[in-house]
Design a protein around this ligand. Structure first.
Ligand SMILES: [Zn+2]
Length: 254
């Protein structure tokens, strides 16, 4: 068995922190090299800590991690992108918190996933520089679902496989996608989805971020997409996580 290196340089994004002991913090960090890790930052709550300013939530930083008994020990930190705007505006803070919370809840410790790292890095950069937050967040949700193995089926009925026609449909979280009007009517948990909302979800699923930003989405459709994503993600978090089936599904994609 190869021994873990004693300390290693990584790049990571601080997802959250909590107080630990007298003057320390326990940080949850999503790193490019190791996936999600827990690390202790010693002494950062002391007034003169030099590391503290580099370890605020949403900050992307270069870090030196030493292997500890239960957690990594963070011995150096240097902010690369502090993302100050995300902590200075309540609306942006809300969106950024949502982005990191979803990542935190859909990932397990120390499962490296470079695509997920790039996704969260890019999403926070986009929010920080002032891109339309609804587009940033819905694009993030759709891509996140791809990376964790729950890409919703949006082009054929998730039950009978018939191609979806341009009309109002249903969406089933349990079946993982759109249902045609015939199938949707027989599934009690399925929710209606309008054709414009479906159109935007498909567009986000197939397009680069650049193309997705060209979409002009009207407010009622934004609200519909938000409510639908909330329904699907909540379903996955309550039913799918921490089960062997979920783990199998995630690992199969690696
Ligand atoms: Zn059908």
């Amino acid at each position: 068995m190869a021994a873990k290196p004693r300390s290693q340089r990584v790049e990571g994004i601080v997802l959250r922190h909590r107080e630990w002991g007298e003057a320390d913090r326990l940080l949850t960090i999503y790193t490019r090299e190791l996936g999600k890790v827990q690390a202790i930052a010693k002494g950062v709550r002391k007034p003169r800590s030099r590391k503290a300013g580099h370890l605020e939530p949403f900050t992307r930083a270069g870090l030196l991690l030493a292997s500890g008994r239960s957690f990594y020990i963070l011995t150096q930190a240097e902010a690369i992108a502090p993302h100050i705007a995300l902590r200075g505006d309540l609306v942006l803070l809300g969106y950024a918190s949502y982005i990191v919370e979803l990542l935190d809840r859909f990932t397990f410790d120390e499962e490296e996933n470079q695509a997920l790292f790039r996704l969260i890095r890019n999403s926070l950069t986009r929010l920080d520089r002032g891109d339309a937050p609804e587009i940033v967040v819905h694009y993030y949700e759709i891509r996140l679902l791809d990376h964790i193995g729950f890409r919703p089926q949006l082009f054929n009925c998730a039950s009978c496989e018939q191609e979806i026609q341009p009309e109002d449909q249903f969406f089933s979280a349990a079946q993982g996608g759109v249902l045609c009007p015939k199938c949707g009517g027989t599934v009690s948990e399925a929710r209606p989805i309008s054709m414009p909302a479906l159109k935007y979800l498909r567009h986000f699923q197939r397009s680069s971020y650049q193309d997705a930003t060209r979409a002009q989405i009207e407010q009622p459709i934004v609200a519909e997409i938000e409510s639908l994503m909330n329904y699907y993600l909540t379903y996955l978090l309550e039913r799918g996580l921490n089960t062997p089936a979920f783990l199998r599904r995630v690992r199969k994609r690696e």
